[in-house]
Design a protein. Structure first.
Length: 99
């Protein structure tokens, strides 16, 4: 197990006991995903900024955060030029000799 994850769980366990008098069963935390999510939800509802940030970081490290939408992909797409054609008309060749 990642030592940083264990440190985050220990920090959350101690702070939740101090803030909300919630005792966390660490073995159940790692074996029961539903219980772990409930514990992290309770941690995120606290007023302690360090507790909330530890809960969010733990969710991220465990892979429970939704992936962020790729911002670079939407910015890299070129904008389409506006067309003056009427809908339904076939596109005509506009370069070269015109008749």
């Amino acid at each position: 197990m990642d030592p940083h994850v264990l440190q985050l769980v220990a920090r959350i366990k101690i702070r939740l006991r101090q803030e909300k008098s919630i005792a966390i069963n660490t073995q159940r935390f790692f074996s029961d995903t539903g219980y772990a999510r409930q514990v992290l939800d309770a941690a995120e509802e606290c007023e302690d900024v360090e507790l909330v940030s530890a809960a969010l970081e733990l969710r991220d490290r465990l892979g429970w955060m939704p992936p962020a939408p790729p911002a670079a992909a939407t910015a890299a797409q070129p904008a389409r030029p506006a067309t003056t054609e009427h809908p339904g008309k076939a596109a005509r060749y506009m370069f070269g000799a015109r008749s």
